[in-house]
Ligand binder design. Sequence first.
Ligand code: AMP
Ligand code: MG
Length: 401
Amino acid sequence: MLSVKQAESTILDLVQPLQDTETVDLIGATNRILAQPVTSNLNFPYWDNAAMDGYAVRYDDVRHAPSTLTIVEEIPAGHQPQVRIQPGQAARIFTGAMVPEGADTIVMQEHTSRAGNEITILTHPKPGEFLRQKASFYQANDPLLTPGIALNEADIAVLATAGCHQFTVYRRPRVAIFSTGNELVSPGTQLQPGQIMDSNQYALAAFVQKNGAIPICMGIVPDDPVLLKATIEKAITTSDLVLSTGGVSVGDYDYIDGILEELRGEIAIHSVAVKPGKPLTVCSFNGSLYFGIPGNPVSALVTCWRFLQPALRKLSGLCGNWLPTFVKGRTRQELHSGGKRETYLWGKLYECDGIFEFDLAGGSHSSANLINLAQTNALAVVPVGKTVILAGEEVRIMQVD
Ligand code: AMP
Ligand code: MG
């Protein structure tokens, strides 16, 4: 049985980032992973422009206030100045408007007094004040954005400003998902005695979507080796990653590992010293990866958050840190573990005066109880060898995002 750290690195070593790319435009770029460096042939600011409503002047004319100048032009935003400012002259100018030639400083209107066509500068400005210089924020053809970043709204604003309306991103990973178990039926069906609703299919699809991948939902497959084998074969040939839940434990109806071996997959992980989620199977087939995830709904999601998210991030072409974010904080309740496996307890993370606090979800922490999993945003980690962490003590907390 592998430790959590060993499983984490085994999985990441198996993942090869996707290379295929596609073109997207600004709408539809959110969270996509940039695949090529972006540069722009535009400077930013595009031209010298005013940072204030006021008057564009020559500093030499106003270094000794008060000084009176003649207004030769009015320049609203979007307007191209027509006149070069000569000694003794000024232009009325508004925020964002292009600064006329000859002017090198903007005097804010609050520091002036106007009489007809004359403007008196009451307080002398600093040289170059309130003038945003062309190319002072970005020089054309310098690197702008680097590949491997997930585009957020700030990046998209940068791309738009730089005039880039189409750019290259990695294609989204295709993730096949199916649930296994004779007891499962789909929500919307009348339950017969002994049956349960398939929740994993939908939880995993949501997780996959949230991580920028495309879920391919293949439904429920009964515990039937022939049907399971056919489904697995189809899944591995039509996706980059396969996720099945159930059937990976040691029961008589747990067929997944045997079928993966029959199909000559290379099983890298049979089980992990983690609770919940011990019977995790990870298997590679020439290019695609198979995750046989335990069927208990909490085990399934903890496995996704702890092991699958880093794998999906790497697969997507994301650069940098693929691992979950851990913080240290105090637990509000006592936390218990058997001590043999790294134990993840679910709840909510709060920040109080700069200190993180973990609030354990109330009710049972059985891996079959998913009801108290709703709105989980953090997992408290009890390390191997520890059986209790007292309320108020420090605990490592994994953020779920
Ligand atoms: P298994 O891993 O197949 O032994 O299943 C472990 C437990 O999880 C059993 O109680 C199953 O009924 C339950 N389970 C398995 N698959 C699902 C699913 N897709 N949705 C909800 N519960 C499931
Ligand atoms: Mg089962």
